[in-house]
Design a protein around this ligand. Structure first.
Ligand SMILES: *Cc1c(COP(=O)(O)O)cnc(C)c1O
Length: 483
């Protein structure tokens, strides 16, 4: 065997040159993003390039990069664009991207060991606790996204409130246990409940008020009813920003019920937890600081490149005792690389983990947290600006109160049935995507199809919403074949 063969570049200087080109191209791409279509359909002849058999022989680095430029770069999801408002996601940042690159350069395993990764993650968790006004001795962990953050929080909730050793005994032959949330709760919470063995029917979906917040009276009644029927209430999941409309549940009332009934108070703050940084939302989020656990998505309103999220747990021991399992080969020593305490693998499902803390740490240092607060305020103001355009416009209808930064509206020229309106607005949305003008998404509220504009975008400016409305009216008129 050739002992000098390895996976490093054959020619480091050539690779450095190529890397400089990549950085120049990448930054120019972001700088000029506004001029591109938000999204474009990948042509079939390009799609074919992703159906090859596995390469056996080498390709030169320059050719690999050429394939990226031709086949990958023109067809991303589009969420770096100033007019991307679909589902709910951030834009990424330049420093975040560089942090991702440098993370891969040092390529540590953030699950275990005595190395700088532990310090970085500890620091980022401390910062998140500071933002959320959590106690000093609370714990937390960085995870891939809101789904995993909710899963971790709900796993701790189950194990703490079941009243027996769930890890040891399992759930068979036990009385059912119930978790409560509004009908607006994000589907990832149901997946978590299913995977935790509780059963989807025991995720009690409580009806909402006119503003899409949970109905507290019905919630209380359901808890009473379950207790009478021998079902053990475990936890309430409060929404801090629902995915449909951005509604924030009455967190203080939910906290009060949790304390009275000895329930775990979990907050799905994937959208709204970070909005405590904005004076426009802070008051509405009062009570979030008293939760037992909170899920926060950092690839949403903090704009860290995917993936980045965090869960905080008020009681460190309850968090650790849900996940820690230490076999011989993971024993921690007093000294050396295998020393250190509180390895993050003891606070979540993953053993090997990417070091997501570095890009978050670099991003927050670069801008300072106050600037992120201003970006959140800007988006909330833009939601009210868009609402005012809808309110003023002819043939436009606001479909839900603006909870925070999400606007649901539809084109409604009058005299059409619900079914016709749903069809017409679906066509408008698809045309919006295919023309590359803007990418909002969609939802259905009380049977009515809506164009849904979720504004977590640090690059949007007010005139982007003017264009959205102009195009809505233009496409609406064009596709209204019902009259
Ligand atoms: C996005 C979202 C989630 C899921 O988070 P991911 O990061 O996509 O896993 C959960 N809850 C709410 C309210 C969300 O908006």
């Amino acid at each position: 065997m050739n002992q000098s063969e390895n996976l490093d570049p054959k020619d480091w200087d050539e690779m450095k040159k190529l890397a400089h080109v990549m950085i120049d191209d990448a930054f120019s791409y972001l700088q000029n993003r506004r001029e591109d279509p938000v999204w474009r359909q990948m042509p079939e002849e390009i799609r074919k390039n992703f159906k090859s058999s596995i390469p056996r022989a080498p390709t030169s680095p320059n050719e690999v990069y050429d394939s990226f430029k031709a086949d990958v770069l023109p067809y991303p999801m589009g969420n770096t664009h100033p007019r991307f408002w679909a589902w709910y996601m951030g834009n990424g940042t330049v420093m975040g991207a560089l942090g991702d690159f440098l993370t891969s350069i040092i390529s540590p395993n953030a699950g275990a060991g005595n190395h700088v990764g532990q310090e970085l993650e500890d620091q980022v968790i401390e910062w998140m606790k500071e933002i959320m006004e959590y106690p000093k001795d609370a714990s937390g962990i960085l995870v891939s996204g809101g789904s995993m953050a909710n899963f971790v929080g709900l796993a701790v909730a189950r194990n703490q409130k079941a009243g027996f050793d769930v890890r040891q005994e399992g759930l068979s032959n036990k009385a059912p246990m119930a978790v409560y949330a509004s009908t607006e709760v994000h589907s990832c919470n149901q997946k978590a409940i299913e995977l935790l063995g509780l059963g989807a029917e025991y995720l009690r979906k409580i009806p909402v008020n006119h503003d899409f917040t949970i109905n507290i009276e019905i919630l209380k009644n359901q808890i009473e009813k379950d207790k009478v029927n021998g079902i053990l209430p475990l936890c309430i999941i409060a929404n801090a920003g629902t995915v449909n409309t951005g509604a924030i549940d009455d967190l203080s009332s939910i906290e009060e019920i949790c304390r009275q009934e000895n329930l775990w108070f979990h907050v799905d703050g994937a959208i709204g937890a970070l909005a405590v940084l904005s004076p426009l939302a802070k008051e509405k989020l009062k009570g979030i600081e008293k939760s037992d656990s909170v899920a926060m998505d950092l690839h949403k309103w903090l704009h860290v490149p995917f993936e980045a999220a965090c869960v905080l747990v008020r009681n460190r021991e309850s968090h650790r005792s849900t996940f820690a399992l230490t076999p011989e080969y993971l024993m921690q020593y007093e000294k050396g690389l295998a020393s250190g305490k509180n390895w993050y693998s003891e606070y979540g499902l993953q053993l090997s983990r990417r070091l997501n803390a570095l890009k978050i740490w670099m991003s927050i240092k670069e801008h300072g947290i106050e600037k992120y607060g201003r970006m959140i305020s800007k988006n909330i103001n833009q939601a009210y600006y868009l609402k005012s355009l809808v309110d003023q416009g002819n043939h436009l209808e606001l479909m839900a109160p603006v909870g925070m930064d999400i606007v649901c509206y539809r084109y409604n020229p009058g005299k059409l049935s619900v079914e016709q309106l749903n069809q017409l607005n679906t066509k408008i949305l698809i045309e919006m995507h295919e023309s590359g003008v803007a990418v909002p998404s969609y939802t259905t509220l009380r049977g009515n199809y809506c164009i849904r504009v979720a504004i977590a975008n640090h690059r949007s400016i007010n005139s982007d919403f003017d264009l959205l409305i102009r195009k809505t009216l233009e496409f609406g008129e064009k596709f209204n074949t019902f009259v």
